[in-house]
Design a protein around this ligand. Structure first.
Ligand code: ADP
Ligand code: MG
Length: 403
């Protein structure tokens, strides 16, 4: 099957299009710190408004608890989108309520309306299919076509991603199509050696990925929050660092399976240990067998890979032909813990082969640390989605588009 692209929707003049975007941008007190995902949505929005459609853009932001939460409002996103488009963008303070109805009634062809955070409604991510169907029916009422362009969520069976695409004629947007073009190159005969770098903080989500990657890759570099579960599995004391204790057995099994398959899982030999989580924390570099051997004792937190590890990772990257990286190596938002991420980004930007960065925070990290985006083979807007794609999983949000 092939992905249904925008042209399969025919002439959209005068039509109202529901556009699922991924506007899940990092915010600091309501200020957008990286607008990459908003910019990534521009080609599809431009195509739709030039084609004479009225566009209703929807997205989630963060993980609110199924109820309105001002910290996760999409209002700053609507404002930024208006600046980037150079024309005003309307905003509704709900998704399927009175405000949305009012704004939709006055939306003209060629205009854009952003609705409030989808996840303020528990039906968006409900495990109960009928609840998602109900929410999707409300979202798509009066809608002529649905365009799915939130690549970061295509691995989720959620109302705005899956059921909405079933409810009305639907197609993939330009971002989803472009992402798939590049990621397909990583699944069909990638050039070897093929290295995957994993980090970030969604430890339990990402540990599971390793098992599925083992048959496909040559090396896995482990950084970020998940590295401490590996160190704990090797018997090291890890202070108060992030750790999924119930995954230690699983990690040991992965290590054994990797050894059998000849896959190199590279685990750090040194880390940056901090007195606490914060920009004013004290910090020291320690070998992995001495993490609690600091003035902070067992309350010390590992917040970055150490310089020796970073250099080793850079060497492995330099000798690879295909590299996929998801998840920052440390808490890059704080300069003292950004060096591991910087070294890995630097190595990836000069790799002789295809170097792909995937993940909201990883992509934001390379931009915030000042790297030129064009130095990378591809910067994917999706972390979990791209990992699941690389694992060879069927992604519901793509299947529903004919993929
Ligand atoms: P992505 O969005 O790229 O998929 P994640 O959302 O999984 O990545 O993780 C990003 C976050 O991980 C960053 O905010 C970073 O501060 C955090 N992080 C990285 N290393 C650590 C660590 N050792 N301890 C705690 N948080 C970490
Ligand atoms: Mg993230």
């Amino acid at each position: 099957m092939t992905l249904r692209t925008l042209d399969t929707l025919g002439d959209l003049t005068g039509k109202t299009v529901l556009l699922r975007c991924d506007f899940n941008v990092p915010l600091d007190n309501g200020v957008i710190t990286d607008d990459g995902r908003i910019r990534a949505s521009l080609p599809t929005i431009a195509r739709l408004i030039e084609g004479g459609a009225a566009v209703i853009a929807v997205s989630h932001l963060g993980r609110p608890d199924g109820a309105p939460d001002a910290r996760y409002s999409l209002a700053p996103v609507a404002a930024r989108l208006g600046e980037l488009l150079g024309s005003p963008v309307a905003f509704a303070s709900d998704t399927v309520g009175e405000s949305a109805a009012q704004q939709r009634a006055s939306l003209a062809a060629g205009e854009v309306l952003v609705l409030e955070n989808l996840r303020f409604d528990p039906r968006e991510t409900s495990k109960v299919e009928s609840e998602r169907v109900e929410f999707a029916a409300l979202l798509t009422s009066g809608i002529d076509a649905m365009v799915s362009d939130g690549f970061g969520v295509v691995h989720r069976k959620q109302a705005s991603v899956f059921e909405s695409a079933q409810a009305v004629p639907s197609a993939a947007g330009l971002l989803v199509a472009a992402e798939l073009d590049v990621l397909a190159r990583l699944t069909v005969t990638p050039e070897r050696p093929y290295t995957v770098i994993l980090g970030g903080s969604k430890v339990s989500d990402k540990l599971g990925v390793i098992e599925h990657l083992l048959p496909h890759v040559d090396r896995i570099l482990v950084g970020g929050g998940m590295l401490f579960t590996f160190l704990a599995a090797e018997g090291y004391a890890i202070g108060s660092s992030l750790c999924e204790k119930d995954q230690i057995d699983t990690v040991q099994r992965y290590m054994a399976e990797a050894a059998e398959r000849g896959v190199d899982i590279v685990i750090p030999t040194d880390v940056v240990v901090a007195s606490k989580f914060g920009a004013d924390a004290e910090h020291v570099v320690r070998a992995v067998d001495a993490i609690e051997d600091t003035p902070f004792g067992s309350s010390g937190l590992g917040l970055d890979i150490g310089p020796e590890t970073a250099a080793r990772f850079a060497d492995v990257i330099a000798s690879s032909k295909t590299v996929f990286w998801n998840g920052p190596m440390g808490v890059f938002e704080i300069p003292a813990f950004a060096e591991g991420t910087r070294t890995v980004a630097q190595a990836l930007s000069t790799v002789d082969g295809l170097g792909v960065v995937g993940g909201g925070d990883s992509a934001a990290a390379v931009r915030i640390l000042g790297f030129d985006e064009s130095a990378f083979g591809h910067i994917s807007t999706g972390g979990g989605a791209s990992l699941e794609f690389l694992e060879g999983k069927k992604l519901p949000g793509l299947e529903v588009l004919g993929w």
